[in-house]
Design a binder for this molecule. Structure first.
Ligand code: HEC
Ligand code: HEC
Length: 610
């Protein structure tokens, strides 16, 4: 099969055919299935998916691109109901104990409702990731009680009953304590903890926060000082823990540490050849534990035990515990027929397992739809939130509750999140459209994973070496070849390009010192530092390759949202801006030696709020 020829003929055709048409030209039809749930006319019909490979059907895209999957958007309430945050449609739905819809709270576009927590006065607090706010809803009536500003990038929330407050964990590194009662006159307090905070769990008098890319768990004391930092147990076996998608409360008194579902990444170099990122397609099953892809899923109780999940558990965006079992959402399986969407695992497996040993048995709870979150309202009962179609699935009854929202199907979003068939998705490294903070060695080149949040529009060619001219070529190299995925058509590639280019820049906190920021900006664009000569325009990049002394001539990275993706430079040498601007890391032809320490500080102040 010559995929290059297929792609170039697709490119030729694209000049003649409207972009929304599917242009699959492959003649291969060795599959037993038809192409997707829509019914395209024969001319538009894409190549049917092969066994164990995702099926994207006809390329479609949304004018307003749906956000990347973040997981953790379903809350089981004390009274047996549910609160469903829908970041795809900017709606929060309150569902009653008898599965009736109590309220649909419509928010503003891009509010992006995320995690929620219930206090003991019947209020649910939902973080609005896109708005930097917390929404407080009366769970009995669905009435909105308040919408309060909290921080630039809120992610996790927990109720703290002992002092009637809620704790909000923010990506920029702060934990905010605010009164649970919005009419209270108690002032909020903000504590600087560590960058990239994600979940927060209050368990008795202990407080835990997780860090997303570092996959760490920090334990805090009552005054929110860090008293302990733990890494995932797999760090001890030589893996690099990455992307802690979700942390939930401890499973009981015997096990007082929270449970985290996260990934871990291979340390050794990844072969630069077809299939280099994963196992062979079709080989994935429960027994596929040794044949792990370069990124795999683990469930850990930090401090002591962990279990690695079978290779089919791709993109584990959420986890729930029902008193006996753990349920892991494999969002990467949302486009592959017959693959489990949610895997059930006996919680005791965490203790018995060894990270080098066999994978534990798992059971599929659901095998269709696009899952994004899971909650366990009671022993043996689980609810799964599906983004497409907009619905809830109740297990074990099998009942489905349609929430009735419009479709948000977008092929770019689908390709980005779907397991290629080899046990890995784009989002396994570019989590939430961003990055995993890792330096990968592919073949002999070491490259830090770049973020695509707000940085991609109009910045082709891709990769630091600039050798990938466009998205068609990137998908051919990365998705079809290295990830062993299906061939994609030109129309599919266009939706991926469109979706990635529409990813929004991270919300960055305003500069702590606005004067330093202003001085930094002037310096950046001025004749002494000359940064703006390469990092030009709104995207802070320009095309062309430059050798700044970091080991070769490279494309200029965009600096949009740069503080949200430390460490910097392709070697990852800059964990702070001070480090990144030091010639040892930045390269001797990058930052003029004549700049004073104070000037470097001003540049850092500018970069940290960009
Ligand atoms: C194993 C981790 C991994 C996976 C999986 C992965 N990437 Fe990447 N991605 C990287 C790394 C590392 C780089 C930097 C490569 C370089 O510069 O040479 C990169 C670079 C990119 C770039 C270039 C950005 C720029 O500004 O030049 C794009 C676009 C991209 N990836 C998209 C994707 C898409 C789409 C997928 C899925 C088809 C994907 N990646 C899968 C790790 C990964
Ligand atoms: C001649 C072009 C050029 C100039 C001038 C320049 N840069 Fe860069 N910059 C680059 C290139 C190329 C890279 C990628 C280097 C690498 O990763 O090895 C880079 C990377 C960076 C990064 C890291 C981005 C990331 O995502 O890892 C920062 C921060 C940065 N530059 C800041 C600056 C500052 C501040 C100045 C002015 C003092 C400056 N640059 C001047 C070309 C330039």
């Amino acid at each position: 099969m010559n995929s290059h020829r297929v792609l170039s003929s697709a490119l030729l055709l694209s000049a003649l055919t409207p972009a929304c048409f599917d242009l699959s030209t492959s003649s291969s039809s060795s599959s037993s299935w038809g192409g997707g749930s829509t019914s395209p006319t024969p001319a538009q019909k894409p190549e049917p998916a092969k066994e164990g490979r995702p099926d994207f059907g006809v390329a479609v895209s949304q004018a307003d691109a749906p956000p990347p999957i973040s997981g953790g958007t379903l809350l089981a309430t004390h009274a047996g109901g549910l609160v469903v945050s829908d970041p795809d449609r900017d709606v929060v739905t309150v569902v009653g104990p008898s599965r009736e819809i109590v309220a649909r709270v419509r928010l503003s576009p891009h509010d992006e409702p995320g995690r929620a927590a219930e206090d003991d006065a019947g209020r649910v607090h939902v973080v609005l990731r896109g708005a930097g706010a917390v929404l407080t809803v009366d769970v009995a009536t669905g009435a909105v009680l308040a919408r309060r500003e909290v921080c630039a990038a809120p992610r996790g929330v927990a109720a703290s009953p002992s002092d009637a407050s809620i704790l909000v964990a923010c990506r920029e590194g702060v934990l905010v304590r605010m009164p649970a009662d919005p009419s209270s006159s108690v002032a909020s307090t903000t504590k600087v903890v560590a960058p990239d905070l994600r979940d927060v769990v209050v368990s008795g008098d202990r407080v835990f926060v997780s860090r997303y890319r570092a996959a760490q768990v920090l334990e805090l004391d009552a005054s929110l000082e860090v008293v302990r930092t733990s890494r995932a147990p797999s760090a001890r076996t030589g893996r690099r823990p990455s992307l802690a998608w979700r942390m939930i409360a401890p499973t009981g008194k015997d096990h007082p540490e929270p449970i985290v579902v996260h990934q871990s990444a291979r340390v050794e170099s990844v072969p630069d050849r077809p299939g280099g990122y994963g196992t062979r397609p079709g080989a994935l099953g429960d027994e596929d534990c040794p044949a792990s892809p370069v990124v795999r899923t683990e469930v850990s109780r930090y401090g002591d035990a962990a279990v690695r999940m079978p290779a089919i558990a791709v993109l584990p965006v959420d986890i729930a515990y029902d008193g006996a079992s753990l349920y892991v959402v494999a969002a990467g399986n949302g486009h592959t027929r017959g693959r489990p969407r949610v895997l059930q695992l006996d919680a005791r497996e965490i203790d018995g397992a060894s990270l080098g040993g066999p994978c534990p048995p798992t059971k599929s709870v659901l095998d269709d739809g696009e899952p994004v979150a899971v909650a366990a309202p009671g022993p043996g009962r689980v609810v799964v939130q599906l983004r497409e179609p907009d619905a809830l699935f109740y297990y074990p009854s099998g009942e489905r509750l349609s929430l009735g929202g419009p479709t948000r199907r977008d092929t770019g979003h689908a390709v980005f999140h779907a397991d290629s068939g080899a046990g890995i998705a784009c989002a396994s490294c570019h989590g939430e459209g961003g990055d995993d903070a890792l330096v990968w060695t592919v073949g002999s080149a070491s490259r830090r994973t770049p973020s695509m949040l707000g940085t991609l529009r109009g910045t082709a060619p891709f990769h630091l070496s600039g050798d990938i001219p466009d998205m068609v070529s990137l998908l051919e190299h990365v998705y079809t070849s290295r990830m062993d995925g299906p061939e994609l058509t030109e129309a599919h590639a266009q939706t991926v390009d469109g979706w990635l280019s529409a990813l929004r820049a991270p919300r960055i906190a305003a500069a702590r010192d606005p004067f330093a920021f202003a001085r930094g900006l002037a310096l950046f664009d001025g004749p002494r530092a000359k940064c703006g000569e390469c990092h030009a325009g709104a995207m802070r990049t320009k095309s062309g390759r430059f050798d700044v002394g970091t080991g070769g001539a490279f494309e200029v990275p965009s600096l949009v949202g740069v503080s949200a993706r430390l460490p910097l430079m392709h070697t990852g040498c800059g964990s702070t801006f001070d480090e990144a601007l030091d010639p040892q890391c930045a390269g001797f032809a990058h930052v003029p030696a004549e700049l004073t320490r104070a000037e470097l500080g001003d540049l850092a102040a500018y970069l940290s709020a960009l």
